[in-house]
Design a protein. Sequence first.
Length: 198
Amino acid sequence: MSFKKRLVKSLTGLVFSAVVSGHALAAGPAQFNDKGELLLPQDYREWVMVGTQVTPNELNDGNAPFTEIRTVYVDPESYAHWKKTGEFRDGTMTVKELISVGDRKGPGSGNGYFMGDYIGLEASVKDAKRFASEPGNWAFYIFYVPGSPLVSAAKNLPTAECAACHEANAKTDLVFTQFYPVLRAAKETGASGVIAPK
Ligand code: HEC
């Protein structure tokens, strides 16, 4: 083989392996440190808020298993992918904030459960390569619980602690889409808001 051919061949090999390894790494916002811990995403409040749940202590003998109000976000590019395909792409990341119930008296809006303080922060990441052996390739993380400081990097939690309930109860690919009207409305529509009836 001539030098030129060899050069072309090795360059092609380089480009090929770059493309292959580029594909192997999931797209998406998740970043990890050398220990494989997920870094606290800084901008998730600019992501898409897909749903909010309330399980007040008052309706749970003073101690709801999940305190008390939760707000769930999905990263914008994965949301765009969901809108087109109805699937969570490799690299999808979700963040869930936990918020206490604050006021119960509304300013003319009626009594209810109004958001108090932020008291928890959790996340999940789907990555086929990194989490090949996890159910649905999802990994789950806690950044903050009441009584402990917020951590800037979190460990992948054991499957039994988090993924098992998601696998058993969540409607779509371990994600609780049954509770996220924004995702349900947008699924495979390609549209960003409410679609007007024809
Ligand atoms: C007993 C069932 C159960 C267990 C165990 C559980 N979850 Fe969830 N998770 C839910 C439900 C229900 C939702 C829907 C939102 C809500 O009500 O909080 C949810 C939503 C989430 C979401 C938002 C995206 C999604 O998948 O819907 C994240 C992130 C999350 N949980 C993280 C965790 C982490 C981290 C753990 C382990 C410490 C965990 N979950 C354990 C039931 C569970």
